[in-house]
Design a protein around this ligand. Sequence first.
Ligand code: ADP
Length: 677
Amino acid sequence: MNGQVQVAVLVGVALLSGVSGYLALRMGALRRALRIDRGTTAAILRAAVDGIVTIDEQGLIAGFNPAAERLFGYRSAEVVGRNVSMLMPEPYRSGHDGYLARYLAGGEARVIGIGREVIGQRKDGSTFPMELSVGESLSGRRRLFAGIVRDITERKRAEQRLRDSEAETRAILETAVDGILTIDQGGLILSANPATERLFGWRTEEMIGRNVSFLMPAPWRAAHDGYLERYQATGERRIIGIGREVQGLRKDGSSFPMELSVGEALVGDARIFTGIVRDVSLRKRAEEELRAAKDQAERASLAQSRFLAAASHDLRQPVQALTLFASALAAKITGAPASALLDDMKGSLEALTMLLDALLDVSRLDAGIVVPHETTFSLSTVIDRLAAEFAPLTAHKEIGLRTVPCSAVVRTDPTLLYRILQNFLSNSLRYTSQGRIVLGCRRRGRKLRIEVADSGIGIPDHLHGEIFKEFYQVGNVERDRSKGLGLGLAIVQRLSRLLRCPVTVRSDEGRGSIFAVEVALVGYNKAANVVPLRSAPQEVPVTGRGLVFVIDDEATVLKALRVAIEDWGYTVLTARTALETISMLTARQQPPDLIIADYRLRGICTGAQVVAQLRDMFETRIPGILITGDTAPERLREANDHGLTLLHKPIQPAELHAAIMENLSSRPGGEAASLGA
Ligand code: ADP
């Protein structure tokens, strides 16, 4: 070897030993690292939540971590060395070996490096869906496969639930009768169900992506764009979450009324709106028909009530005449049999009058002709008048009538409230033979309960609802004059509804009853705007002197009035028309002391207007009594306005007499200053 070659060899050896030293150093580090890795790997395998099963090339299990034990129900020792196909049911079990062999021969990868859903089988034979991903590794010359197994039963179930609910939602959307659409924030249609197609005549594909407002005609179209914009800018809800009635526009250009309700939903981050559209043409038509039917029924009821009012008005004329004649006759006839018959006749006439009044009241209330006029007034005016009306009626019974003083100021229609209480009191009087009747009131917050309590026969509990029905009377009430007609409480109920003043009854059979009506309480003793109610006819101890001028276009009634009034000692002049009256009194050049006028006169003036003219003519406030067959509240107001007493036909003679005396005594100077006879 020459020297050069020797040097080269030495350098080469030195180099080689340097490299191998370096390599030896690196291998030590690598081995240390590998040792750490092995420990770490074991820890990972133990703690892993997923099952990890390692197999060799023959498919024999080499490792089985605790999670795999929990999943499959085998302990590691039971499975290591056995074929992994034991962890699968058929047909996967038989297929697995061939599959592995194919892969090893360089064939397709169906699991390895990919992951798929397969079925696992537990030790107890039960199966479960699992997700399997397999990785391949080399351990020395050994090829190992590590399978990571996850039980996906829960996920599968959730997926199924989701699929079910999606199918359900789809079914709802498909079969819904209402059109259901979703739109985005800009109003563009995202989806539409088949009903929407049927409603508008557009196919879904034609609708998607267009602004929803194209399904409405002007002016709804323009308005709708505004709604969405305004809502998003200001949060002001015109349609969202509310729903409203708009017009829909079909593809063929025709339109229909539709109810549109829009809801808002968040899908992910995006806000969408769902619109539910309902064709309400049918409902509208039904409503229209119902309204028409109701109108017709109302017209019929109105016609019926007008007929009843007219009939009862015309019936009042002869009844009026009969009543006055009977009274005049009674003064002339003496002798027991005849006057007893006359008393019976008067009784029958009274009953007839009551019936006419009640029927007229019911028909007017049913037809809505009675319009309440609310005012604020001092309740004592009503109570005092009731006391004056009823006190004399208790005189012949062993009953005391007591009214508890009340300084309340209430708000309702005083005339109609009076009618309610009048009915309560007449009933108490009718169904109480001894003890007492108390009219009082008690406060209930902002309401005042006005009560009529009696110690009468009472009403069995189960009939408290019945007594308000028309013609209902408890027990077998004989048609007896002292009993009523069974219409009083029916009228009360109608009045209570009209005034929105609830009426209640408490009653103990055999012990007594309390009927009450509740009115709005304004305050106490602050009687602003007190409505003057007609003062009760009171016996005024004056004798009949004075000239009474009677105007009525019914000759018979006029004659009966003359007979009766003359009997009471007054001078009577009569006329049948306004014209006749004025010409007679102009000739006489002196006003009468009292005018009694029928409200409805032939010609252009009403009775009230004639009185007003005569007052103008003589420049003095002549007292007047207005007689009418019309029970409308307007008549009472008109009479009040003119300061006239209003009497309803048929008038009872005593009532007329009292009114005449009262009016004559209220003249300036009273009866004493009378110009008459
Ligand atoms: P009526 O004209 O018969 O009194 P209502 O309609 O006024 O008719 O009353 C119906 C029925 O209720 C009466 O027939 C009577 O049986 C019963 N009723 C009403 N008020 C009283 C009361 N205060 N005490 C006992 N029963 C009463």
